[in-house]
Design a protein around this ligand. Structure first.
Ligand SMILES: [Zn+2]
Length: 68
């Protein structure tokens, strides 16, 4: 996952992936603000679910071919 960088003329800013607030000015590798970081465990498990769902869809599209 890439950080969200916003370039509006100046040095730009790095935005939180989840709530889109500015984490820091300038371009950093941060993904989440402090508030969202404190909920990170929940976030990770949610991402995992989304990923698994996407993998299942991919498998359906590929006619159940499993590349494991
Ligand atoms: Zn946030």
């Amino acid at each position: 996952m890439k950080p969200i960088h916003k370039l509006n003329g100046g040095i730009g800013a790095t935005l939180c992936q989840l709530c889109s607030i500015i984490i820091t000015t300038g371009l950093s590798q941060d993904l989440y603000c402090d508030k969202c970081l404190s909920e990170r465990v929940k976030i990770d498990s949610e991402f995992k679910q989304i990923k698994e769902r996407a993998n299942n869809l991919m498998r359906l599209k590929n006619g159940f071919k499993d590349k494991q």
